[in-house]
Design a binder for this molecule. Structure first.
Ligand code: ADP
Length: 164
């Protein structure tokens, strides 16, 4: 059984993430999508909300399991019998950070390989943070996130503006 882990903060999940998840789910027998809580960024959505949005978005992918984790990624891989980490690569700007992460993870455990899938061109500029910025200033995010995420994002931003 080929098992891989796709880690991220998914705050919130975008169509760029989903494209990587769908493609990885075709390559591996089982794919764990691990929502990490220890990224150091202040999230817009709670962990439970991020998990729920991912579960809805990936409901038609039977070999995808959505979970949270707050430890070391490699410990998560070992606990789940995964020897591959799957990451999406958008542009050259992702490369340096991902290169360092992959090297560090290899140093920690060389049995776990990091595999990169190239982003689809139409999502190559898309990140959760840029999406939140556009939504915050009223720009259209249609086609960049699943419909339920679009609704949740607009609602959360309205709440923030009202100071809730
Ligand atoms: P973000 O950078 O959007 O905040 P995460 O920290 O949740 O995303 O990243 C999780 C993984 O998803 C990373 O490997 C990242 O490169 C990948 N990813 C994020 N957005 C895209 C996209 N638009 N296309 C391909 N991969 C992406």
């Amino acid at each position: 059984m080929r098992t891989a882990v796709c880690p991220g903060s998914f705050d919130p999940v975008t169509n760029g993430h989903l494209d990587i998840i769908e493609r990885a789910a075709q390559i591996f027998d089982r794919l764990y999508v691990a929502v990490f809580t220890n990224s150091g960024k202040e999230p817009l959505f709670t962990l439970e909300e991020r998990l729920a949005m991912l579960k809805t978005a990936a409901r038609d992918l039977p070999n995808v399991i959505i979970e949270s984790s707050d430890g070391l990624l490699l410990d998560y891989c070992r606990q789940h019998g995964a020897n591959v980490i799957v990451k999406g690569l958008r542009a050259v700007s992702d490369y340096e950070y991902e290169f360092r992460m992959a090297m560090m993870n290899r140093k920690l455990d060389e049995r776990v390989e990091t595999v990169f899938l190239m982003s689809r061109v139409e999502y190559s500029y898309l990140s959760s943070s840029i999406l939140k910025d556009v939504a915050r200033f009223g720009g259209s995010i249609e086609g960049l996130v699943p419909p339920e995420v679009e609704v949740a994002l607009k609602k959360r931003i309205e709440e923030r503006v009202k100071g809730k």
